[in-house]
Design a protein around this ligand. Structure first.
Ligand code: ASP
Length: 440
């Protein structure tokens, strides 16, 4: 059977199991389209409320979950050599997947040229409401790249915890966990403590999943209702390029990657993580989806040792969907404003997209803020920058849902690949969707 058919069947299996979340997404799209033409503040407020309740509940468990998962993961890997091997493999695989995404985005944008003739509608649709966010984003990215990396080292970890800054939190926790692994048996009380924390947070994740369908419905409906349908036609070429790029990455690159580096079937993996994929689409947040990504992987065959290490790091560092969007968006603006796209500039955009995407946070809209890092060096005038940026903001949420879906899926693809390479995968379970344990 053709690979894409297998994948569709697997997604169908996943959907059958999780029809309520899937139905939430579909109903959300229809209700959102209806509301777009019949604006109703009370309904809009209720939808925002329900969506926010879901997101906040799931975000509530992210920090304890990430901390406990990484500590258990790293201490269970134990010896430094193995940790180094896992770590370098992880960086290599995430790097390969993101580089391919960037190459696909660049190739499609250069081939289809969505930006040609787009300057006038960029100006027409520059939403004045987003000027403040634009100014903020530009300012945040003004510092040089070295300062950006400096910010990843927390001078006060408690401050990072309180602010929810995931990258500095991860840096601290990874160092702390490596130290714990090296001190030997005295680490037992603390590791047992975090084992309890992890088990409890996973239980809470199960409970929160009861709320997934209404939550995802409300989030999708709000996103679709706020989407400017009137600009849909004029930007269809841009959106088309993005969607083709996302589809190639999802249905061709991931399966080939899995085939090349492991024995994992893409169809089975997609079925195993179907809930996480749907929640990623609904919430547009890899961080918020992380508890669920971990639950899906662990309950369906990928060992705790691998998923608790690779998935939290992936949700913080691996944003291939974001990198693809950033590449297309920047080339789109360059084409619209007539910037000559020399091979040198294209390579610069591609490299900066890899850096900018990996410095982004797993929250809605973060990828668009870090795009300023790439745009700053493009030779656009300040007016063009603001207009272009503000234009991208107007169609932000919809593209965010798709790129987050990719970001989360690729985390699982890399986790499954490393698990396969290290014999840390239970194929009898992974390849048997009928036996999957329910989440919630
Ligand atoms: N929302 C994306 C994520 O959480 C990041 C982005 O804005 O691209 O993965």
């Amino acid at each position: 059977m053709k690979l894409h058919m297998q994948i569709l069947i697997a997604l169908g299996l996943g959907i059958k199991r999780n029809w309520h979340i899937f139905f939430g997404i579909i109903a959300g799209i229809f209700v959102g389209i209806y509301l777009h033409g019949h604006s109703n503040t009370i309904v809009a407020n209720i939808l925002t409320f329900v969506g926010q309740v879901f997101i906040r509940l799931i975000q509530m468990v992210v920090i304890p979950l990430v901390v406990s998962a990484i500590i258990i993961g790293i201490t269970s890997i134990g010896d430094n050599k193995q940790l180094g091997k896992f770590g370098s493999k992880m960086v290599l695989y995430y790097g390969i997947i993101t580089s391919i995404a960037v190459a696909i985005g660049a190739a499609l944008a250069l081939l289809i040229k969505p930006g040609l003739g787009a300057a006038h509608y960029i100006t027409e649709h520059t939403a004045s409401a987003v000027q403040a966010s634009v100014a903020m984003a530009m300012e945040q990215q003004q510092g040089n790249i070295l300062n950006l990396f400096l910010g990843f080292i927390p001078n006060n970890p408690l401050h990072s915890f309180a602010a929810g800054d995931m990258v500095p939190i991860i840096v601290f926790v990874v160092i702390f966990a490596i130290a714990l692994a090296r001190v030997g048996d005295v680490n037992r009380p603390i590791v047992s403590f975090f084992e309890s924390v992890f088990a409890a947070t996973m239980k809470i994740t199960d409970w929160i999943m009861f709320f997934a369908a209404p939550g995802v419905f409300a989030l999708t409906a709000s996103a679709v209702s706020s989407f400017g349908m009137d600009i849909f036609m004029s930007i269809s070429k841009y959106l088309g390029v993005l969607l083709i790029g996302f589809a190639i990455q999802m249905f061709i690159v991931y399966p080939l990657f899995l085939k090349f580096f492991s024995k994992v079937s893409a169809a089975m993996l997609f079925s195993a993580i179907a809930e996480a994929m749907m929640v990623a689409f609904g919430t547009a947040s890899s961080s918020a989806t992380l508890p669920l990504t971990i639950a899906c992987c662990e309950k369906r065959g990928i060992s705790h040792k691998i998923s608790s290490f690779v998935l939290p790091l992936g949700a913080t560092l691996n944003f291939d969907g974001t990198a693809l969007l950033q590449t297309v968006a920047v080339i789109f603006l360059a084409q619209a404003y007539g910037v000559a796209l020399t091979p040198f500039l294209i390579i610069q955009i591609a490299l900066l997209a890899i850096v900018a995407s990996s410095t982004c946070a797993g929250i809605p809209g973060a990828g668009l803020i870090t795009i300023a890092l790439i745009l700053n060096g493009m030779g656009l005038s300040p007016e063009q920058l603001v207009a272009g940026f503000a234009f991208l903001f107007t169609i932000e949420r919809i593209t965010d849902m798709f790129r987050t879906l990719l970001n989360v899926t690729s985390d699982a693809v890399v986790a499954a690949t490393i698990a396969d390479n290290e014999n840390e995968i239970n194929y009898d379970l992974l390849n048997n969707p009928a036996a999957y344990e329910e989440i919630a």
